[in-house]
Structure formats: C-alpha cells, structure tokens
Design a protein around this ligand. Structure first.
Ligand SMILES: [Zn+2]
Length: 341
C-alpha cells in the first residue's frame, strides 16, 4: 500500500516536471538554423540599422548567420511547410528573399539570397527574362511548393543591403503582423560573447563604465535626467546588440527593455529607443529614459518620468544588461541632486 502510494506520488512529481519542461520549451516550435555550416550568430534581433540604401533607419527584425563570407552556400528550410512567396528585388533592403509558411502558425523569411532552387528558380528565371531588373514578387498557393525541414531552398548572397554575404533570418506570425526574436525557436547555445557596458550618458555627459561604477553623479534638476547606455556583446570580429536592459532606482524596476517580439508597424520607430544622430560607432546606444507617451513593444517598464529627485538624497541606480541566455553585466552608481539646485 505504502509502496503504491509512493509510486503515485512519484508519478505525479514526474508529470509536474514533464509539464514544466514542456511549458518552457514548448511555447515556440523548434526550428533549425538556416545554414549548413556550424551556426555563427553575427547579428541579433532589435539592433539599429541605418541602411545605405534608404534615408530612414530601421530595427533589425531578424538574426544574421555567417556563411563564411561566401556566395552560393546552401540556405535550408528552418522547418517543414510550403513556399509562401519569393521576392526578387536588388533595390529592396532584404534583396532576394524567400518566405515559408509552417503548419505551427509561423512564417520564416530568408534574405540577401543569390539564387533559389528547383521550380521556384525556374519561375524566377522566366520572370527575370521578361521583366529584367524590375521587382518580382511571386505568391504561391498553400502546398504548391512543399518543403521539408533542412531542405535547400536557396543560396547565400549579398543582394539588398548586405555588406558581406550572410543569411538574414526572420520568424513572423502567420498574418505577418508580428515579428519574433528567432532565438526563441532556434535552441542555440550561448556562444560566450563578452557583454560590455561601455558608457552611460547622463544629461549629455559621458561616463565610462570604470568612471561611473560605484561613484556619485550630480544632476541639476528635480526631474530624472536623460540617460542612455552604450552596451553590446562582442565575439571576435562581431559586435551584437543587447537582449534585455533593466534599470532599478533604490531597488525598484523603473525601466525594462526586452527584445522578444515587435509589431511589423514598429520597423521604422528606432528614434524612440536609439535617439536621432547615431553613427556606426554608437549603434548600440540605448535610451534608458523614454517620454511616457512613446510606446514600443520591447519597452516593458518605463517609469523614470514619474520620479522627482529630492534634494539631499542619494538614489542608488542599478543597470543590468543581459543576453538572450540570461548572462548579465551590471553597473551600480548613485544619483544626487546638487545641493544648490
Ligand atoms: Zn540581418
């Protein structure tokens, strides 16, 4: 009897563990990387992009994988499904691209390609002969061109806005209203890139990590100062954006940014988060104080505008920067209103 009791308890316990593990992994379907060489992540979701092809900047709505700087490397389907459309347009920032629809209710996109395969390539060749350099977009009916996970769907290139050949990979909702951080689907391991907090800018004054750490910054006004942080993740030649930034004031979370998903309509709204005049060297500078009415999906908490700095009091500021896998870098300092202000 006792033995049976423990067996049942054991079974319930096992079911609880099983459920927990499934909830963690099962929220998003499991997709494979779109390249056939060992995966090397060169850019992440949410980065700032100022295209050479267009005047207005945009968010990076996918992740980039290395193809060893080569044109013609196999690009493969991340999951089984069918071809939804192909676009051939060298003037589009995405260049030549293929979009797949998957039965799990997601769409994947592969950009900057040089060529496609099979019947898709034949159709594209035919249309190119007829329309030349004009934009070509072919929409396929469900199950017209079926693909299996891992099947070659095209070849790497640098069409569109790409400095070197690479594969730009996106995951979108079925209706393409939302775009997700592809890392939720890819089950990649942390590659150990170094998370760096380079500087924090407070009311226009730059403080390096070493200078600001554990020190006190004096500000003139009652309002919480305008702040931004320059942070990135460095892995050899690659510098990537940040997944999550949190700021605490005396232990209370007042700002949180997390690049989990975005609305397609937010593509050009970089000005809310990245400011206006950044050059290549501060692409990875994020605002920590956002006007209260500027909404953006990745901004989860935004409360600094409601803080007034009381004279004679020291406020402890903690900024925590994390990558997708939860590895963190932190800086702590103090903020105080000048006695005569
Ligand atoms: Zn990209």
């Amino acid at each position: 009897m006792i033995c049976r009791f423990f067996k049942i308890i054991g079974l319930i316990f096992l079911l609880i563990i099983w459920n927990f593990a499934f909830a963690q992994e099962g929220e998003f379907p499991d997709y494979g990387v779109p390249t056939t060489i060992p995966p090397k992540l060169t850019s992440v979701f949410g980065e700032y992009r100022k295209s050479d092809m267009e005047n207005s900047p945009h968010f990076h709505f996918g992740v980039d994988f290395s193809v060893d700087w080569q044109v013609g490397k196999e690009i493969v389907a991340a999951g089984s499904g069918y071809v939804k459309r192909v676009v051939v347009d060298r003037k589009d920032i995405y260049g030549d691209q293929i979009v797949l629809a998957h039965p799990e209710g997601y769409v994947t996109l592969y950009a900057h390609l040089s060529d496609f395969v099979g019947n898709v390539q034949k159709i594209v060749e035919m249309l190119k002969n007829e329309f030349g350099d004009k934009r070509i977009e072919v929409r396929f009916k469900p199950n017209d061109v079926v693909v299996r996970r891992g099947q070659t769907i095209g070849y790497s290139g640098k069409t569109g806005d790409a400095l070197v050949p690479h594969c730009h990979f996106e995951v979108r909702s079925e209706d393409e209203e939302w775009v997700y951080n592809p890392l939720f689907f890819l089950r990649l391991k942390d590659d150990g890139a170094m998370i760096r907090i380079k500087k924090i800018t407070i009311d226009g004054v730059d403080y390096t990590f070493d200078k600001i750490k554990d020190s006190t910054v004096y500000v003139g006004e009652m309002r919480f100062p305008q702040m931004s942080i320059s942070a990135d993740e460095e892995n050899g030649n690659n510098v990537r954006g940040i997944y999550r930034i949190q700021m605490y004031v005396d232990g209370d979370l007042v700002f949180e940014l997390q690049f989990d998903k975005m609305r397609m309509g937010e593509f050009r709204k970089t000005g809310i988060l990245y400011g206006i005049s950044y050059n290549t060297y501060n692409y990875y500078t994020y605002r920590l104080t956002i006007p209260s009415n500027d909404l953006l999906t990745p901004i989860k908490v935004n409360k600094t505008h409601s803080i007034s700095l009381i004279r004679g009091r020291k406020y402890k500021i903690t900024v925590v920067v994390s990558n997708f896998w939860g590895r963190e870098k932190e800086v702590e300092f103090f903020l105080e209103r000048r006695p005569n202000a």
